[in-house]
Design a protein. Structure first.
Length: 261
């Protein structure tokens, strides 16, 4: 019958055949189903902005979650979610906000909404299509990116029972994503130098340049005394440290977090 519903295995086979470039008529002949059914499903894929290359990698439960409703219901469910993508993007910039928390909020308002896997799939796909930025090619051992995490961690002192907050230093070699992490008492110069020295010892070498944060409003003071787009003032202690190890200090461009990618 025209527009009939097919099972998940048939949907997966349909996707695989379309991925090979076969026409809807040919797919219908091979699967022994009505061509109108193939037309119907390909239209549903299009309405949800889903490509065959993306669909083929979905698990059976995910496909079932996408195509258990009537076409119009599926479209409406997707449009309700898509209308909130910009809101999700703004919320995710806030410390502590996660996709898991946003999904729970979304599900409270839309009890028949997507499960978590499909929720994240659609959001991340939208974000990849709507957030364009140039990526930098990093050479192995060329740079070491450093900064302190924005949110402090803490531990309990066994002797006193007191909760002690710590700053978390992170050093990353961008080519390999090799990452060093160390907790220290503060972001002061002595702690930064301790972290850098430990990081280089752990890596077992020295990069050509150490790249620190350079936000003009709140730069990493132990590294950049005064943030600037054109001529940031490097902290003297860090300059001496770099000279000792025969490398350079190269602050990142202000407001360009993609430099770390």
């Amino acid at each position: 019958m025209a527009g009939q519903r097919i099972n998940i295995m048939e949907i997966r086979s349909l996707i695989a055949l379309k991925l090979k470039g076969l026409s809807n008529r040919k797919v219908a002949d091979l699967l022994k189903i009505n061509r109108k059914t193939v037309d119907n499903y390909t239209s549903r894929f299009s309405a949800l902005n889903l490509g065959f290359d993306e669909l083929i990698n979905l698990t059976e439960p995910d496909l079932r979650d996408l195509f258990t409703e009537e076409p119009q219901t599926e479209k409406q469910r997707y449009e309700l979610l898509a209308a909130r993508f910009s809101y999700f993007e703004k919320q995710l910039r806030k410390p502590g906000c996660t996709l898991q928390a946003l999904w729970k909020e979304y599900l409270q308002q839309n009890p028949q909404g997507y499960k978590y896997t499909q929720f994240t799939f659609h959001y991340r796909r939208w974000r990849s299509l709507n957030n364009h930025s140039g990526k930098l090619d990093h050479k192995a051992g060329e740079k070491l990116f450093i900064d302190f995490c924005g949110k402090k961690l803490s531990y309990i002192d066994k002797a006193t029972g007191e909760q002690v907050e710590v700053e978390v230093f992170v050093g990353v070699l961008p080519c390999s994503q090799y990452t060093f992490v160390k907790a220290v008492a503060s972001q002061k110069r002595e702690d930064l130098i301790l972290c850098l020295d430990s990081c280089l010892q752990w890596i077992g070498g020295v990069p050509q340049a150490i790249v620190s944060d350079n936000r003009r409003a709140t730069p990493l003071k132990a590294a950049v005394s005064k943030g600037s787009k054109y001529a940031p003032v490097i902290n003297r202690t860090l300059t001496d440290f770099a000279l000792h190890y025969s490398c350079a200090v190269d602050p990142a461009r202000p407001h360009h977090p993609q430099d770390y990618v």
